[in-house]
Structures are given as structure tokens and as C-alpha cells.
Design a protein around this ligand. Sequence first.
Ligand code: GTR
Length: 343
Amino acid sequence: EEYGVRPVERPADLAFAETSAPEACLDGKAIRKRVRATYSGPGGAAAFNFSVWIPTADHPVAVFVHSSPRPAETADDVNGPRPVYWLPVEDIVSRGYAVVAYCNQEVALDWQMTDVATGGVFKAFGNADLKNRKPTEWGILSAWAWGMSRIVDWIETEPLLDAKRIASVGLSRNGKTSLLAGVTDQRFALVISCCSGCSGAKLNHMDCEGSETIKDISIAFNWFAPNYMKYIGHDRDSQMPFDQHQFLALVAPRLLYVSSASEDAWAGPRGEFAAVALASQVWNLYGRAGLVHHGFPKPDAPLHAGNIGYHLRSGLHDITRYDWQCYMDFADGHGWSVARGKE
Ligand code: GTR
């Protein structure tokens, strides 16, 4: 009903090749690999690239897979394009984690770009004409999440990385994507969404002043299955019998982390918090603590005690170094950092 059904998971001929020799970087603290994934389907061949930074010592290490529209080559360049998606690679490897930069645009272009795919996974596996999909066919968010799962296919082959400790992460539309990747692929042991808002972590049924509705987001209808458009105008009534807390609950009993920003009314921080608090009950069914809280927290006071983490960062719609520090603190708390474990 919402994100659509995928016609393919791992393509039979999916292959990975390192496009250059591993390179020492960050004063020898890390090595960087550049990898190209190739695959084909009924509509032809396609490829996408990603970069990975791995701390030099203490393997295997946990790894964050970050989805964004930034080219993987410039993900760590503070002066690169689309600054909001800058990846604080040095912070991450200094704490003993690896990180993958994945450019979602190589798997599927964003909704403003074209309705008819000329490359990527929609061209290879259709329906390439996004405007003429059947009601349950997949949309762009699902295609991007599919790409994140293909990166997991590669991580499973890389001995420097710990395939039992893989996190998905993304901001905004990529936060929605990260959640969907985690929901559809249990190999993500930690699922992180930053300011994902409407059709991400936010409850549609909760009225948050100034927050995005399904009607608002329908401008990007190609992100979703065509069926989702049935719910325009029904965000808060019984014609929509599901909501995003149920979506979040599909991560249970794995680790989930949702973060919001205090000045991001469009994403509806209180609605994100409410969805997380409701989903938390499903962790309890597994006999685990979900979100441990005493109501909506103050800014910059992270809730890290349970198997669900949440924080409200002060400031605007963004993914900042502070957000990353919180995600890593939470991962450390669950024994993810090799470096920390040895301190
Ligand atoms: C907006 C959309 C939001 C959010 C945002 C973004 O167009 O309304 O749901 O995804 O884009 O990705 O920055």
C-alpha cells in the first residue's frame, strides 16, 4: 500500500569489483575502498558505485551504510556538493567504525528528474515508466533501499567488516529509505532515521502543527506505490488503517534509532517521537526494553537506555556531527565499537 512490492531482490549476476587499489587516508587512520556493483535484468545492464572507509586497526568493525544523493567520491568533502549530506568520515573512523557512502541516484533518479528510467534498477527490472505503474508496484524509496541491501551483499564478502553489525542511516527522504531498508532486510542490525518525517518515522494520524501531510508529499508520488495516493486527505481518519508506528515495529527486536530536530516542524518531531513510543510495545513482546523515556525529551538530551534510541537535536532539518555522535554512542552502548571494547 505504501512503498510497493519489489520485483527483484539480489539479481543473479550481481558482482562487485574494486575500481582502484585500497588507499590509505586520514593520516593512516583508515583505508578507503571504491567499489562498483554491476547487475543486469530484462531491461539491460546497470551499475552503481560506493566508497567505504575502514579504520586501519582492530577488525572486523561495525559499519554504517549511509544513503544520500551525493556522489560517493565527494561524500567526505566538506566543501563538496549538497553540504547537508556531508559525511563526517574522520569522526566515524576515529571511533572505530567503518562507513559506506552510497549515492542513491545511481540506482534510481529522484522524482523531479524523470518519469521514465533510462538507467538504474527501474530500467533493468522495470517498470521503467514510473507514471504507469500498477497500484502495488514499487517506487523510488524502495529502489534506494534495495541498493542499500545490495551493499550489505558486498559487506558480507569483506572480512574487514562485521556483517553482524551493519547499520542503515539517512536524512529525510533517505531517512525514509533507511527505515525501509531496515524493515525489508534483517541483516541491518541497527536502523537509523534522521528527520525522516512524513512516510518515515512520523505518525500520520497525529496532528503536528506545520507538518507535512500525504497530500503535501504526493508531489513526490513516484517515491511510493501508486496505491499510497488513495490516502491523500485521509491521514487522520479510519480510511487509513495503518500507520508508521507499525512500520517502525517491523524492526523489532533489532536496534532502532530515530532522531528529530527541534526546528524541523515539517517532519513533525512530536509525531516521530509518538510513533517510536507506540512501536516500542513490540520490543516488549520480545521481552526487551524498547524506548525508555519519561515523555517527549528536551533538545539534546538523548534517550539511549533501551533497544530504541531517540533524540531531539536543537536546530534545523539536517544530519550533523552531533547526530552522528549520538548514533555512535548508542551503538557503543550495545557493544558495537571494537575500539571502545578495548579501552
Ligand atoms: C521534501 C519532503 C520531505 C523530505 C524532504 C527531504 O520534499 O517533503 O518529506 O523527504 O524533501 O528529503 O529533504
